[in-house]
Structure formats: structure tokens, C-alpha cells
Write a protein that binds this ligand. Structure first.
Ligand code: KIV
Ligand code: ZN
Length: 400
């Protein structure tokens, strides 16, 4: 069976950079854009040219320097925004304009001050205008998931008739749930004429922690582009995380999905974005956290040492991370301790000595939970030197 290709649209440099504390210099943006390009990302949303002269310049520099990926600029549905984006992107063969306008009652009334009919007019006017200037035009409904579905169908229909090549729904405030998202995307795909001739895309935020699940649910019913960011950075709780989407497609081969992105570049890209923005990646962050390939509990260590697949669904090298770590600590088992000592050159330890080392180490960590490799080596040397375990026991009892 042939695989379904999913386009990866990265918006680290636009939505990611928009969040408080993540602003980047042009040189930093260029570095990230080059990294994304080398990794094979399909589209780089480089910025929002009308938002500032610096952003316009950053988009221009990225458009001039990136080799293969399509380069995209964001624009509100206004002629002057489109002209700014054109200034930034003109001359690039595979440039894309990303036009957006709000479609929910709340946003139309309180943010735009427009009636639904005025929104429809703006979509028609701006998509047609953009289509004469850009090789590719993407139209997005902001706050799409809180919009009236019947109105959404009309908006998509208008954008498609005016020439949009890609149409995108944004879950701007991360409100929708996966089963609702798949039902909504399915309804849109069934109720809008010729939408099957276009690329259907989703842009999911993570306010309730469902951004990746909502993106995957949309792919399941026909979305062919997902918008995402490295480390999931973005407005408020962030966007769908690129690394989680890419590795879901690669690990779950049974989904028959494929993307161009080279997974082995993920770890380095994550570190680059983290050091540029100063946003620390939590140790348990899926795919790129420092604990993702570390095992401390005895049962897991034993399993991984027998067969990695027991507790690892991907290998560290698949995401460009360092090899799996067996962490020596409070929860380590005898198996892992033997393996660790063997790897440090202690190859002739007898069963009795190992029992002794294990017992002394376990007693030690009861007193100091932070004991690790250094303490284990010290205990091992004591045991091999024939020091009496009873003395150690007595010492620890008198201390407690
Ligand atoms: O979250 C959002 O609605 C956006 C749009 C510009 C697509 O970022
Ligand atoms: Zn967004």
C-alpha cells in the first residue's frame, strides 16, 4: 500500500517567535531556517512581514538564503499586509503567502468589528489579489474551531473559488478535542466543493494539551499538512510539536504516513531552538527531553538490557540523541549494576561480590538518595579490597 505524504509546515519563526520571551535576531532565525531546510521541512513560515521592518527583513533574508523548503510569509486579509509580504518574498520561486482572517462570532464582532458578509468579501478580495502575486496562496480561518460550521463552509468555498491552493483551519485557542476535530474536518471536507483538489491543513494550539492529538486526528480524516513548531513553542501553551508529529508518523508505520523530515536532526534542532530562545526543554518532553532514553528503575533497566524494545519504541539514533542511558541510582537493579561495572572494566566480579556491592549501594541510597555512579565505584573498590560489610552496616545504623 502506498503511503500518504504529509507536509510539515514549520512556524517556529512566526508563531513560535510570537510568544513572550522567544524573540530572535535575524541571524538566529537564519540559523534555525537553515537547520529546518537541511532536515527537509516542506514549508518554513519565516515571519509576519507587516508586523515590523525587522520581521520583513528576516523573511527576506530567509527567502534569499534557504535552499529547498518553500518559504512562507503571514499576512492579515488586507491589501497593505499582502504588499508587505510581497516585498519580503518577491523573487523566490517557491514562495507562499499565508492569509488569515477570523471566522468565529466572537472574533468577528469583538476583534475585527466585521459582519460575516464583510469577512466573506475580505476573503474573496484578498485571496484573488494575492493569487496574482504569489505562486502559492494559503488561506486560514483564525478561531476556526469555534466558528459556525455552515459559515466555515462558505468561507472555505470563497477562498477556493478565489484561487487558494491550501486551506487551513486554526484551533487558535486550543479548545477542541480530538474526536470533535476529526468530525469537524470530515464535515468540512464533505461539504465544500473542490476541497479535495486542495491541500487541507490544520494549525493546532496546545492550551488543553491536545495540539498533537488534534493534528493526528485531522490527518486521520484527510488533512495533508500540519502546522507545528520545534519544541512546541508558540503563543501561550504553544503549538503542536514538530518532533512529536514527525516521530508519530515514523514510529507508527501502521498509519502508512510519510513525511520528508529527517528525524535524526530533531535532537540538534531542539537544542538549537532551546539555546536561542532560552526556553529549557523539560526532561520528560516527548522525543527530545533528556530522560526520554534514560532508565533508572530496576525492572526497566533489566528489560532494556535484555531487549531495547521492551521499554523503547524508538532508538536514540532515530532522533539524533545520544545512546540510551542506564542511570545508576536509588531504583537501579542488580542487573544494571553488573552491566555498569562491567562497562567500567570490572569484568571478574563474582556473584557474592556483586550481592555485597548491591546490598551496600542500596543501604547507601537509603541514607543519601542522590548516590550514583561515583558512590557505586567507591563501594565496589571497597568490596574488592575486602572491607567488611558489617562495619559499614554498623556505621550506617549508628548514623541513623
Ligand atoms: O493560531 C492562529 O490562529 C494562527 C493563525 C495566524 C493561523 O496562528
Ligand atoms: Zn497560531
Amino acid at each position: 500500500m502506498s503511503k500518504t505524504k504529509i507536509d510539515i509546515f514549520d512556524t517556529t519563526l512566526r508563531d513560535g517567535e510570537q510568544c513572550p520571551g522567544a524573540s530572535m535576531t535575524i541571524d538566529e532565525k537564519l540559523l534555525i531556517a537553515e537547520g529546518l531546510d537541511e532536515a527537509g521541512v516542506d514549508i518554513i513560515e519565516a515571519g509576519f512581514p507587516a508586523s515590523s521592518p525587522t520581521d520583513l527583513n528576516a523573511v527576506r533574508q530567509i527567502a534569499l538564503n534557504v535552499k529547498n523548503s518553500r518559504v512562507c510569509g503571514l499576512s492579515r486579509c488586507t491589501i497593505s499586509d499582502i504588499d508587505r509580504a510581497y516585498d519580503a518574498l518577491k523573487g523566490r520561486d517557491n514562495a507562499r503567502l499565508h492569509l488569515f482572517i477570523s471566522t468565529s462570532p466572537l472574533h468577528m464582532e469583538h476583534k475585527l468589528g466585521k459582519t460575516p458578509e464583510q469577512v466573506i468579501e475580505a476573503i474573496n478580495e484578498c485571496v484573488s489579489y494575492a493569487k496574482n502575486r504569489f505562486p502559492e496562496v494559503q488561506w486560514s480561518c483564525e478561531d476556526g474551531t469555534r466558528s459556525d460550521p455552515e459559515f466555515l463552509y462558505r468561507c472555505f468555498d470563497t477562498a477556493i473559488k478565489a484561487g487558494a491552493d491550501i486551506v487551513n483551519i486554526a484551533d487558535t485557542v486550543g479548545y477542541i478535542l480530538p474526536h470533535e476535530m476529526s468530525a469537524l474536518v470530515k464535515d468540512i471536507l464533505t461539504n465544500v466543493d473542490n476541497i479535495d483538489q486542495k491541500v487541507f491543513s490544520v494549525h493546532c494550539h496546545n492550551d488543553l494539551g491536545n495540539a498533537v492529538a488534534n493534528s493526528m486526528a485531522s490527518i486521520g480524516v484527510g488533512a495533508r499538512q500540519v502546522e507545528c513548531t520545534i519544541n512546541g513553542i508558540g503563543e501561550r501553551a504553544g503549538n503542536a510539536s514538530l518532533e512529536e508529529l514527525v516521530m508519530t508518523m515514523k514510529v507508527r508505520k501502521d498509519l502508512d504516513l510519510e513525511c520528508n523530515f529527517d528525524g535524526t536532526k530533531l535532537s540538534a534542532l531542539s537544542k538549537m531552538v532551546s539555546s536561542i530562545t532560552g526556553f529549557v526543554v523539560p526532561p520528560n518532553k516527548a522525543i527530545v527531553g533528556s530522560n526520554v532514553f534514560a532508565h533508572e528503575s530496576g525492572i526497566h533497566q533489566h528489560g532494556v538490557l535484555q531487549h531495547r524494545g521492551t521499554y523503547e519504541i524508538m532508538a536514540p539514533e532515530d532522533v539524533g540523541a545520544e545512546e540510551s542511558k542506564i542511570v545508576i541510582g536509588k531504583h537501579s537493579g542488580k542487573h544494571a549494576i553488573f552491566y555498569f561495572l562491567h562497562s567500567r572494566g570490572y569484568k571478574d566480579i563474582t556473584v557474592n561480590q556483586l550481592d555485597d556491592i548491591f546490598m551496600r549501594f542500596k543501604m547507601g541510597v537509603e541514607i543519601d538518595k542522590n548516590l550514583g555512579e561515583a558512590a557505586l565505584l567507591k563501594i565496589t573498590n571497597e568490596v574488592l579490597a575486602g572491607e567488611d560489610v558489617m562495619e559499614i552496616k554498623k556505621k550506617s545504623v549508628s548514623q541513623s
